[in-house]
Design a protein around this ligand. Structure first.
Ligand code: FAD
Length: 544
């Protein structure tokens, strides 16, 4: 296979134009082009008012490949295609009796379980929340009726935190082994649209993701794995010998125990009780930077026009996204986070008496507003000194205060951008309708975050208005607060074995452990950890 990069075609090109362009680029007869696979398709919107173009990366099979490669030897855009196939690293022997445990069934736990199951290791997944259908009802009860179920909500349950989301499936992680392709491939096998394999910023939206997750669970079970819902791990059992510690099993909320010397911790960033339990048991945990801020909402049409010019609303491009960054005078970086085109702002708490926001959308991305987190990076040394769990405590304090500001019924405190910049409480909405469910209460958000964050965001919004016209329009809405941007802790692991630095057999993984940020990277980390665990198990029984 050959890979051709930077192949540009007009946005409205006919399907057959791609093969013609490839034949032309390679200067071959069309009959010598045997097979074409689009590896990636992005668009170049730099000339948004004259011509937006599709940019392709294609893998092609041709007659006389070696001759062609030699002819284009000096051309950096025509090279042999890399092998992106996934190859399992191990196979469980028949005599293996011990089963690995995976705590958490978000994207990280899902992929750790799937890979282990595909290699024959028959994992046991323990998930505190409920299955995807029941969880959907529980989550809607918060959004519609102000009723929170602490163990089954936006953060907890089958599919993890990414289930009710925009389902954005891209990441900036380095991925030399193409694990991201494996993640996408498995999603497609489970029912996701095929286009996620090649569009440059794929997304599947909430409803499709729920079906995909349930199908993947069925495969894990069919391969001999087990997935147990409403199974919260409340304690981790650790053996101490010769100054070393090693996991030996877990205790569940109902008091039962399961033994295993191989445990994946795929907890997500909201398992605060479990972080505390691990720290109490002597597992090495440290504080790490994260970000705090608000969700901002604008009409999607404003973003489409700013980003796509005369192509705004073009069906091939869909709802436009954005990314903005501002370095404030007080030294803080303010940036957009988890932008959801054509989506809604959602209540994302997992704890009673707390308010935290996030964003989601459906596959169509056709809601009236665009939203994103506008957040300020914070770090343990400067902003929350005081030990490994100080970031968790800061989040709890801010989210409790937001609950009070919102009226103590899970409505969120909100303010118009114009009023926020002028430091006065909002009393009336403008043309932008907030989408947050169960509802908002207009207030002055100044007390909702530390003053350095308020100052930095106040300075950043007009600066963003220079990058995207209308971004700082006075009636854009800020909804508070965004605190769960990433995990406030790292459950540090050894780079080589991927086991906890001080507890053997424990494999911290995914977002909660500080090794991923988003659905795709959490899935990729799940694959890496599954491979490391499988190798460790085989080594221990002398079968490596
Ligand atoms: P999680 O998905 O958080 O899963 C952890 C699981 O562990 C949970 O199901 C939890 O119930 C379980 N658990 C925790 N403690 C225990 C315990 N003690 N016992 C048993 N089970 C336990 N990312 C994107 O890439 N694109 C997006 O569009 C996107 N949108 C988002 C929208 C929302 C509303 C939210 C909340 C997040 C969004 N994210 C998005 C972030 C993404 O969801 C996370 O990065 C990702 O889910 C992390 O995966 P994970 O498996 O590491 O953890």
């Amino acid at each position: 296979m050959l890979r051709i990069t930077e192949l540009a075609l007009p946005l409205d090109h006919a399907p057959e134009a791609l093969n013609q362009a490839i034949s032309q680029r390679l200067a071959i007869d069309p009959s010598d082009l045997l097979q074409v696979q689009v590896f990636k398709r992005s668009y170049d919107a730099r000339k948004k008012n004259t011509e937006i173009k599709f940019i392709y990366i294609v893998d092609v099979e041709v007659r006389n490949e070696a001759t062609l490669l030699a002819r284009f030897d000096q051309d950096n855009h025509i090279k042999p295609a890399p092998d992106t196939q996934y190859y399992p690293v191990a196979t469980a022997p028949e005599r293996l009796t011990e089963r690995p445990i995976i705590i958490g069934f978000g994207p990280c736990g899902l992929f750790a379980a799937l890979i282990l199951a595909q290699m024959g290791f028959k994992p046991i997944v323990l998930e505190r929340g409920r299955d995807v259908r029941t969880r959907t009802k529980d989550t809607w009860a918060l959004w519609r009726k102000h009723e929170l179920t602490p163990e089954s909500n936006v953060q907890f349950g089958e599919g993890g935190a990414g289930l009710f989301s925009d389902g954005k499936l891209y990441s900036q992680i380095k991925d030399p082994k193409f694990y991201g392709r494996k993640v996408m491939h498995e999603f497609v096998r489970a029912g996701a649209p095929e286009e996620i394999m090649f569009v440059s910023k794929p997304h599947i939206g909430t409803f499709r993701l729920t079906g995909v997750v349930a199908a993947m669970r069925d495969e894990i079970i069919a391969l001999g794995g087990e997935v147990r819902f409403e199974s919260k791990v409340t304690d981790i059992n650790i053996d101490h010998t010769n100054n070393k510690q090693r996991v030996s099993g877990v205790t569940l909320a109902d008091g039962s125990h399961i033994n295993s010397r191989y445990i994946v911790l795929a907890l997500g960033h909201s398992a605060r009780d479990t972080f505390r339990m691990l720290h109490k048991n002597g597992v090495f945990v440290e504080a790490k930077p994260f970000a705090i801020g608000f969700r901002i909402e604008h009409p999607q049409s404003l973003i489409d026009t700013a980003r796509l010019g005369k192509y705004a609303g073009h069906p091939e491009l869909g709802a436009a996204d954005y990314k903005v960054v501002h370095h404030a005078k007080n030294g803080r970086a303010v940036y957009s986070f988890c932008m959801c085109p054509g989506g809604t702002v959602v209540a994302a708490t997992s704890e009673a008496g707390r308010v935290v926001t996030n964003g989601m959308s459906q596959y169509s991305r056709n809601e009236r507003n665009a939203n994103s987190g506008i957040v300020v990076g914070i770090n343990p040394d400067e902003d929350f000194p005081g030990g490994p769990l100080a970031g968790v405590e800061l989040q709890e304090k801010l989210e409790s205060h937001a609950y009070v500001l919102g009226g103590e019924d899970y409505c969120a405190p909100a303010q118009l951008v114009g009023d926020f910049i002028k430091a006065k409480a909002s009393t009336q909405l403008g043309a932008v309708e907030p989408s947050y469910k169960p509802g908002i209460k207009l207030v002055d958000l100044a007390s909702s975050l530390p003053s350095y964050a308020i100052d930095a965001i106040r300075e950043a919004l007009p600066a963003f208005g220079k990058q995207i016209r209308g971004f700082d329009r006075p009636d854009a809405i800020l909804t508070g607060i965004e605190t769960r941007t990433s995990s406030p802790v790292r459950i540090t692991r050894d780079h080589g074995t991927l086991q906890s630095v001080n507890t053997e057999g424990l494999f911290p993984a995914g977002e909660g452990a500080g090794y991923a940020g988003g659905i795709l990277s959490a899935g990729v980390d799940g694959i890496k950890v599954a491979e490391a665990l499988a190798k460790a198990m085989l080594e221990d029984i002398g079968a490596a």
